[in-house]
Design a protein around this ligand. Structure first.
Ligand code: NAP
Length: 230
């Protein structure tokens, strides 16, 4: 895009659902652009970004392309979570169909630091297999990613979720911790210590929001089963 075009007010669709997407929406609104952020609608009470917000799927890439065209957007920005693969694939296809330029703003993954005890794995199933019997595992994963761990009935699970589950979880031995992750590593460390956590299982999501638990694990020398993205 040419710099003179950047300065003109544009109609921009952000595919959001992340803190970074909210920051971006605020920046673009402040620059005078007409910004719509799209949320999938997974969170009951989401923090709403500045500008216009629409909620719910588009019906695949074709639906997204049709929406882009019908609403006359000038730009599409994919600022979704790096593990939200389908919507990112749809964004690429929809941009090609609609000829609306696409920018990807996906956050970089966390890098292992001295003192980190990570075991990197490629899938949820590998992560579940990597847990030693008898371990107390802190699962920092969304509801839709928990099933892979249910079969590890000899482990105890401490499960943090933003919203309470709609149906009871199938884990024989588990404790639910409701709420968002703290940004304070000491609070995360206190939580791990209070529940006797011996292992953390999480995805390499990158970004600052969930990083306090990684710092806390480093401080306590806890092993982290890190599910990497491709
Ligand atoms: P996904 O598997 O890539 O997407 C599944 C379907 O959900 C998409 O095909 C699309 O439905 C709809 N969708 C996803 N993101 C959307 C958006 N921003 N606006 C409108 N529709 C959307 O996505 P996911 O992993 O379920 O994540 C859903 C949302 O939660 C994303 O916006 C993401 O940024 C946010 N989020 C995800 C994670 C995570 O761990 N995956 C973590 C934090 C936040 P249609 O095909 O019908 O359009």
């Amino acid at each position: 895009m040419r710099p003179e075009d950047e300065a003109k007010p544009q109609k921009i669709l952000i595919l959001g659902g992340t803190a970074e997407a909210r920051t971006l929406a605020a920046e673009l609104v402040a620059q005078g652009h007409a910004v719509t952020t799209s949320l999938a609608g997974r969170t009951v009470d989401p923090i709403l970004p500045e500008g216009t917000v629409r909620i719910g799927g588009f019906g695949g890439a074709d639906g997204l392309a049709a929406y882009l065209r019908a609403e006359g957007f000038d730009r599409l920005i994919d600022a979704t979570h790096p593990f939200a693969r389908r919507i990112s694939e749809n964004a690429i296809k929809a941009a090609a169909i609609s000829k609306v330029p696409l920018e990807q703003r996906l956050r970089p993954r966390w890098q292992k630091q001295p003192g980190d005890r990570w075991k990197s794995v490629a899938s949820l199933e590998e992560a579940a297999d990597a847990l030693p019997s008898g371990s107390t595992v802190f699962l920092a994963l969304g509801r839709q990613y928990l099933d892979a761990f249910v079969s590890r009935s000899e482990c105890r699970f401490i499960i943090r979720m933003v919203d309470p589950p709609e149906t009871p979880l199938a884990f024989p031995d588990h404790l639910l911790v409701l709420g968002k992750p703290s940004s304070d590593p000491d609070r995360e460390a206190d939580l791990f210590t209070a529940h006797g956590v011996t292992h953390i299982a999480c995805r390499n999501s990158g970004g600052p929001a969930g990083y306090a638990k990684i710092i806390a694990a480093r401080k306590l020398a806890l092993p982290v089963i890190m599910i990497e993205r491709d």
